[in-house]
Design a protein around this ligand. Structure first.
Ligand code: ADP
Length: 600
């Protein structure tokens, strides 16, 4: 809608009042002036007519028309008045301007008719003879009580009309001046109102744009506008207060959400994400800025999670479920979905709380596998022992050699059980001791430690022992728990002796690097296929089960090595080429105390 400026709202009524008053005043004044002039003229003409009647009577009585005509001409010209004498029958017998013989009968003229009837007649009309408006007055000329003629005087109205026109022009000019004055006053008035109003409008626009810290300057000369500005300022202050409170609340909420370990995601009734915390964006692998304002389907591509959200939005109660997210491998998430409720209990959306339970599930599965493995490993020797013992009990063999052989088998199986249990205990002890913090260490010369391990292993070996070479400088020392490191080396040496088969040489080496001590056991035996290498350190993992069992292996040797290395803050690794040999390496931090302090 097109809106008129305030200036027009003030100026137009002003102008209307001025124009109306001017029209009324001009009309009234013109009329009064005209009436006044008319009165003046007609009384003047009456007087002049009366003055001439006495002079006309003898001439009329004498019927001296030429004298009458001459008198009309002389008197008329002297007083700038047209004098006409009309006989009672209407015939013109004298006229200042015209020849009476050529003039038509004047008996029908209204003023003449009045005069012939004995009254003073007057009239105003356009004269066809002279071509302008005139005023006429006629008086009766009496002799001895009878009317012998009518004497008419007339005067042009042109001068009166000219005078009236001048007056009207002046009034119009005055009106124009007044209108101009009114415009100026309106402009000043309008500006006095509109300038503060415009300032207020600009101020309100600033408030609307969020600049609530600015204030409107007061307009002290107008109480109403000043009060309006104050109200505006008060409103801005209140708004600012409220917005600040809301912002604080929101910041607090965001801080709470951001510092939560649980991932939280809120959606509205249309499944549009209205809130998401950092943990959730990290877990789901999305940009925080991308998530808000998009639907759940766009943000997470997991149908189970979407279904849980829909379930709650559909009016269901709180729902709990576990979903599997395929991102960086499998991730198990426990989801708790509840409805978001407004103050009046209406459903606003849904809140999804996600807990990453991948580690727990993995540990559970590891524990399950471990228990299954242990049971399996224990069952074989136990079944065997039980079988032979039952045979000896129920059906003792007659041959004492057979019985002795049975007992030897039982004894070997019992040894096997003991080996498994010893290894399991070692592992559990290592796990319990956990980090390297509780491990008792001392500075240990490396070379004698390697030599001891070699001696123990070779003494135990039943087959032909390949050459075992030691590569280590004499003064190398390391901060370790010597018995544990020795156990690890013995395990590696035992394996090299047991499984390398065709090996001709085993090298036990140790050297120092800037931060590390690297200990390795290398054989040139049959090697291990690449498929086994990633799992070789797992508990109960064996490349060749039957061979391992025959050799009295428990499948826990390398797992123990790995744990010993980790307990020292180090690592165990393997590299192998089929047919060329295998190298197991243990790396240990050189100065564990310093390294630990730096880690912390
Ligand atoms: P085990 O008690 O069976 O020896 P380990 O954990 O010590 O269990 O070893 C796991 C498996 O790794 C062994 O069964 C064996 O097949 C393989 N292995 C270990 N060391 C060697 C080696 N030096 N050469 C070839 N294979 C080896």
């Amino acid at each position: 809608m097109h809106r008129k400026s305030l200036l027009w709202h003030i100026f137009l009524p002003f102008l209307a009042v001025i124009v109306l008053s001017l029209v009324l005043i001009t009309g009234y004044t013109s009329r009064s002036l005209r009436d006044f002039f008319y009165q003046q003229s007609s009384s003047d003409l009456t007087t002049r007519a009366h003055l001439m009647t006495d002079e006309m009577v003898p001439l009329l009585l004498r019927d001296d028309e030429a004298a009458i005509q001459r008198t009309c001409e002389v008197r008329g010209k002297a007083s700038d008045t047209r004098v006409t004498v009309v006989a009672p029958d209407g015939r013109v017998i004298g006229d200042t301007r015209e020849d009476p013989a050529g003039m038509d009968n004047h008996g029908d003229r209204p003023e003449v008719r009045e005069a012939l009837a004995g009254r003073v007649g007057s009239s105003e009309r356009y004269s066809a003879t002279l071509g302008h408006r005139r005023i006429y007055v006629a008086v009766p000329v009496r002799h001895d009580g009878s009317i012998i003629a009518a004497l008419r005087t007339s005067h042009s109205l042109t001068s009166i009309e000219r005078a009236l026109a001048v007056v009207q022009q002046r009034i119009a000019l005055g009106g124009l001046l007044l209108a101009f004055g009114a415009a100026v006053i309106s402009f000043v008035l309008a500006r006095r109102i509109s300038v503060p109003l415009r300032q207020m409008k600009e101020g309100a626009e600033r408030f609307a744009a969020g600049q609530l810290g600015t204030r409107l300057s007061m307009a002290p000369d107008s109480e109403e506008i000043g009060a309006l500005a104050e109200t505006f300022n008060g409103m801005a202050e209140q708004l600012q207060d409220r917005i600040r409170t809301i912002e604080n609340q929101r910041n607090e909420q965001e801080a709470v959400l951001a510092s939560m370990v649980e991932s939280v995601l809120a959606i509205d009734r249309d499944e549009v994400v209205i809130g998401i915390n950092r943990a959730a964006t990290e877990l789901l692998g999305i940009e925080p800025a991308m998530a808000e304002g998009r639907t759940l389907q766009e943000v997470v591509r997991n149908p189970d999670l979407i279904a849980l959200g829909k379930g709650v939005l559909g009016g269901g109660g709180p729902v709990e479920g576990e979903i599997v997210l395929r991102r960086d491998g499998e991730r198990h998430l426990q989801v708790h979905a509840t409805g978001l409720q407004g103050l009046e209990g209406q459903r606003l959306g849904a809140l999804l709380v996600l807990n990453d339970v991948t580690r727990i599930r993995r540990l559970e599965s590891l524990r399950r596998d471990f228990v299954a493995n242990v049971s399996h490993e224990l069952r074989t020797p136990i079944t065997s022992i039980k079988g032979f013992v039952e045979t000896l009990q129920n059906d003792p063999p007659a041959d004492p050699d057979v019985a002795r052989r049975f007992l030897t088998i039982v004894n070997r199986q019992a040894d096997r059980l003991q080996a498994i249990i010893d290894d399991l205990l070692s592992l559990s002890r290592l796990e319990q001791e956990g980090g390297s913090a509780e491990l008792a260490r001392e500075a240990t010369p490396v070379r004698p430690l390697l030599q001891d391990a070699v001696d123990i292993s070779t003494a135990r070996a039943t087959d032909d022992v390949p050459t075992v070479r030691l590569e280590c400088v004499d003064d190398l020392e390391v901060m370790v728990n010597a018995p544990l490191l020795e156990q690890a080396l013995v395990n590696l040496l035992d394996n090299a002796l047991k499984y390398s088969g065709t090996a001709t040489e085993i090298v036990v080496a140790a050297h120092a690097e800037p931060d590390l001590i690297v200990v390795s056991v290398r054989d040139d035996g049959r090697g291990i296929a690449p498929t086994h290498l990633p799992r070789i350190f797992e508990r109960f993992y064996r490349v060749d089960k039957a061979r391992s069992r025959n050799m009295g292996g428990t499948g826990l040797g390398l797992a123990i090595v790995k744990h010993i290395a980790q307990a020292h803050g180090g690592e165990a690794s393997v590299s192998s080429t089929l047919g060329e040999g295998t190298t197991f390496t243990i790396t240990l931090p050189r100065r564990p105390d310093v390294d630990r302090a730096m880690d912390a």
